[in-house]
Design a protein around this ligand. Structure first.
Ligand SMILES: Cc1cc2nc3c(=O)[nH]c(=O)nc-3n(C[C@H](O)[C@H](O)[C@H](O)COP(=O)(O)O)c2cc1C
Length: 299
């Protein structure tokens, strides 16, 4: 049996497969044992509850999905009371995804979560394109990224993952600022700006007009971002963007991802993560290569 274990920041994952924030929840526990995953990343939470954007918030395209959910979530207090105890039942790493509109807000959320047991890391979502004055507003400026992450680094010992947006001129600059600020891990990519139009009404298919594009159409964009970032940082990368199956996952790993996350494909095939774990074992055995030697092995 191939050894799939990997260190991601301060965490040890039993395999390099996780889920992309916002595309996976506790309801999947009815379908399979979530302990089989290397880690679970929660939907992004904020200090106070958020109703999200007005519908329609989803539109299918010919090659992927547009969403403008707008970080709908129950807020920190409800998350701690209702969701966290359920996540804590699984024998895997629990990563809480967090957003905020100021350094103070991010800090408050992390200080509170740090008092809770069995959280292994935080994913700092500075890349959501569907909210004003937060999310991407942080993730497109290397100075802001450095300030935010170096501040959060002083607050928590737990693994800090910084989630990057591809909607920038130089993702390398942002990645380096996050690493310099003290990030343990980077995850990329969040959704790409996208839009679709209903030709009868001549309106955007999402109420928020410009939305976040995910799924198969963004895979080549994501892979080149992973490839570029892997060249300039030493910390591990969790790669995502259009991963549907083992062959997609392998492309990300060979490009430089130490781990991968499945997002939109969870809606199509809820067992995609498990298929990828199995496929990875088979590939490593057939190719007679160790997992660590595969990472970033692009020729
Ligand atoms: C419906 C939906 C909701 C999402 N919600 C979040 C979220 O709350 N936080 C976040 O960081 N990313 C969110 N994302 C982005 C995904 O985590 C992921 O970065 C992106 O979709 C690319 O991966 P994929 O093509 O495999 O879906 C969301 C994506 C979708 C499709």
């Amino acid at each position: 049996m191939a050894d799939l274990r990997i260190k991601i920041g301060k965490m040890l994952w039993k395999n390099p497969v996780t889920v992309a924030s916002g595309t996976f929840g506790l309801e999947f526990a009815e379908l399979f044992d979530l302990s089989k995953l290397g880690a679970i990343v929660t939907k992004t939470i904020t200090l106070l509850p958020k109703p999200g954007n007005e519908p329609p918030r989803l539109a299918e395209t010919e090659a992927g999905l547009l969403n403008s959910i707008g970080l709908q979530n129950p807020g920190l207090e409800n998350f701690i009371k209702n969701d966290l105890p359920e996540y804590q039942k699984f024998d895997t790493n629990i990563i809480v995804s967090i957003s905020g509109s100021s350094i103070t807000e991010f800090s408050k959320v992390i200080k509170n979560l740090d008092k809770q047991p069995n959280i292994d890391g935080y994913e700092i979502n500075i890349s959501c394109p569907n909210v004003e004055n937060e999310g991407i507003a942080f993730g497109i400026d290397k100075g802001i990224v450095y300030n935010l992450i170096s501040h959060l680094r002083k607050i928590t010992e737990r693994t800090i993952i910084v989630k990057l947006t591809p909607n920038v001129t130089s993702i390398e600059e942002i990645a380096k600022a996050a690493e310099k600020g003290g990030a343990d891990v980077l995850s990329l990519i969040n959704t790409v700006y996208g839009m679709a139009i209903d030709i009868e009404t001549r309106k955007s298919k999402t109420k928020n007009v410009i939305a976040g594009y995910s799924g198969i159409g963004i895979k080549p964009i994501a892979i080149q971002n992973v490839f570029r970032v892997a060249k300039v940082v030493k910390i591990p990368i969790i790669g995502m963007g259009g991963i549907r199956n083992i062959s997609d996952a392998l492309e990300f790993i060979i490009a430089g991802s130490s781990a991968i996350a499945v997002g939109t494909q969870n809606f199509v095939n809820p067992f995609a993560t498990l298929d990828i774990i199995q496929g990875l074992e088979k590939y490593l055995n057939e190719q007679k290569i160790h997992y660590h030697d595969l990472i970033g092995s692009v020729r």
